[in-house]
Structure formats: structure tokens, C-alpha cells
Design a protein around this ligand. Structure first.
Ligand SMILES: NC(=O)c1ccc[n+]([C@@H]2O[C@H](COP(=O)([O-])OP(=O)(O)OC[C@H]3O[C@@H](n4cnc5c(N)ncnc54)[C@H](O)[C@@H]3O)[C@@H](O)[C@H]2O)c1
Length: 300
């Protein structure tokens, strides 16, 4: 994949998946604006990219506000002359069950993930429409947003909202040639290390370089951050022209396309449905094949 001449912004690129996205984009030839709240981590990524012969600039600032979004796009334009790719990856977790989740837990997660994606994508869309040469918005979602997940009210809501925004913006930006897709990644990072079934295997691999077993790479679709970064490079490239409005899963050995929710079973009652009529027909009609919910617990 050759991304020379393209300019990308990656939010939350100081470590984990964001770092892998920034490094993979730079390795493919793109100039990259590396954003994070962790100044040391961001500087290290810029140094690694520069030492490998790539081009990168850092912006240490918390995504969420319009000002930071404008700063990221402005830096891409000032340092590298244009903007082609916006990867909205920055994220935090504040897991609590609903009845223990505070307003602050909710707002903090929604602010970084949902609002951060909105503001960064909006600034990028303004710039890409001015440039008139298309572009890419790559929005990072999660299995929790697709299915719901125990203890993740705030995160699941934000990540589901991100896929909804991708589908909306794919429509709105089609004429401008901007492709908009959501990614549903799974990878070994500081975030996934906290999942009890994954933690020990990830730590063992970090200690001894032991490759992940098949039940992880194929079964759970969990591998390294580099496994996931390939999809970002593909979506950023000219080879992905025309691919838009999709939610695409990747992790370990697995690549996947997520379905778009749609009506599965329908039933009609002349003049509309009374509560009694719904009760009488539920189990034999629309309620006969209920949907599953929740991310299934990992199985070794
Ligand atoms: N790891 C997985 O398997 C997985 C699965 C699904 C989705 N995701 C999503 O992928 C993204 C990256 O996850 P990760 O596992 O690499 O997490 P991570 O915690 O390792 O890295 C997140 C990075 O974002 C930075 N960050 C946090 N708040 C920020 C802000 N306001 N502005 C800028 N940077 C900020 C952090 O400092 C950190 O460097 C997140 O959006 C996460 O929800 C990860």
C-alpha cells in the first residue's frame, strides 16, 4: 500500500491501537499528526516514525472540544499542507453497572469517544470539502457498541453512536468523495488486558513472546495491534475508494463485516396494534425469534 502524499490525523496515538495506526500509516508513506493527552508517549511515537524515515508531528491535547479538533486539522494543514485521513481513536473507560454509574463517568466517556469523534470528523469534513479531493473518516467503534456489554453503559452508548454517525456521514459526504467507515477492532492492549480471560495470555505473550493461541486469534478475533492497523491502512488507501457506510471488524486472524440493524420480523394489524393484541400475538409473531444481546464472554 502506498500512501505517499497523503496526510492523516490519528487521535489517541500515544500507545495501543492508535500508536499502531500512526506507525502503519507513516510506514506506508503518509505524514501523520500524532495526538494524545500523554505528551511523553506522543513524543516517543513521533520520534519512532521520524527515525524510521517517516514524517510526523505531535499535538498534545484532549479531544472532545471543537478547539482541539480544529487544532488537529490546522496542524495537518500547516505542517504537511493538507488533510486526507482522520482516524478518531482516542478513548477511555469508566466501567460501572448502571446503578453505580455517576454522571461524571457517563459524561467523561461520551465526551472523549462520541463528542471527540463528532468534533474531529466535523473539522476534517470542513477541510476535505474545501480541498475538493475526497478523503477518509475512519471512526473507531467496538463490539460493545454493536451488542451492548455488562458494565459499559457509557462506552456502549458512545460506540453505538459512532456507528450511527458513520452511516449518517457516509450519506452526507458521498458527494464530496469522502468515504466514512466505522471499525470494530479487537486487540491486546492496556484496555483489553483488564478482561480476565485475556489478561494472563496477553501478559504471558509480552513476557515470553509466546504467540496467541488459535482460540484467541481465530475464536475471539484477538491479536496484536499491528493486525488491526492493516485495516486502517487499507481504508486510507485508494484501494478503498467506494467503500463507505460500513462497520468493519478486525482482530487476530479475523476480518468481518457487521450487519446493519434492520426489521427482522414484521406483523400487521388493521387499524394498529392494541396492547392486548400485541400480548396475544407476541410469542407467535415478532417475538418468536428474539435477538441476543451482550458481548459473549470469552471462552478458552
Ligand atoms: N483494545 C481493543 O481490543 C479495543 C476494542 C474495541 C475498541 N477499542 C477502541 O480502540 C481505541 C484505542 O483503544 P486501546 O485499546 O488502544 O486503548 P489505550 O487505552 O491503550 O489507548 C488509548 C489512548 O488514547 C489516549 N487518550 C485518552 N483520552 C484522550 C483524549 N481525550 N484525547 C486524546 N487522547 C486520549 C490515551 O492517553 C491512550 O494513549 C479506543 O477508542 C477503544 O475504545 C479497542
Amino acid at each position: 500500500m502506498d500512501l505517499s502524499g497523503k496526510v492523516a490525523v490519528v487521535t489517541g496515538a500515544g500507545r495501543g491501537l492508535g500508536r499502531a495506526y500512526a506507525e502503519a500509516l507513516a510506514q506506508a508513506g503518509a505524514a501523520v499528526v500524532v495526538n494524545d493527552v500523554d505528551a511523553e508517549a506522543a513524543a516517543q511515537v513521533v520520534k519512532t516514525i521520524s527515525e524510521a524515515g517517516g514524517r510526523a508531528a505531535e499535538v498534545v491535547a484532549p479531544v472532545g472540544t471543537a478547539e482541539v479538533a480544529d487544532l488537529l486539522v490546522g496542524t495537518a494543514v500547516e505542517q504537511f499542507g493538507r488533510l486526507d485521513v482522520m482516524v478518531t481513536n482516542a478513548g477511555i473507560l469508566r466501567d460501572r453497572v448502571l446503578w453505580k454509574m455517576s454522571d461524571e463517568d457517563f459524561d467523561a466517556v461520551v465526551n472523549v469517544h462520541l463528542r471527540g469523534t463528532f468534533t474531529c470528523a466535523r473539522s476534517a469534513a470542513v477541510r476535505m470539502r474545501e480541498q475538493g479531493t475526497g478523503g477518509r473518516l475512519i471512526l473507531i467503534s467496538s463490539p460493545a457498541g454493536q451488542r451492548g456489554n455488562f458494565g459499559q453503559t457509557n462506552y456502549a452508548a458512545a460506540k453505538a453512536g459512532i456507528v450511527a454517525m458513520a452511516r449518517t456521514w457516509a450519506m452526507e459526504l458521498a458527494k464530496a468523495g469522502v468515504m466514512v467507515n466505522a471499525m470494530v477492532p479487537v486487540a491486546a492492549t492496556e484496555m483489553t488486558k483488564t478482561i480476565p480471560a485475556f489478561g494472563p495470555v496477553i501478559e504471558e505473550s509480552e513476557r515470553n513472546g509466546t504467540p496467541f493461541p488459535d482460540w484467541l486469534r481465530k475464536g475471539e478475533g484477538l491479536g496484536t495491534v499491528q493486525d488491526v492497523a492493516s485495516l486502517v491502512v487499507f481504508l486510507a488507501s485508494d484501494a478503498a475508494e467506494g467503500i463507505t457506510g460500513q462497520a468493519i471488524g478486525i482482530g487476530g486472524d479475523k476480518l468481518a463485516l457487521w450487519t446493519h440493524p434492520q426489521e427482522k420480523v414484521t406483523a400487521y394489524a388493521d387499524g394498529g396494534w392494541s396492547a392486548d393484541a400485541i400480548a396475544g400475538s407476541w410469542h407467535g409473531s415478532v417475538g418468536s425469534q428474539p435477538e441476543t444481546y451482550g458481548v459473549p464472554a470469552p471462552k478458552a
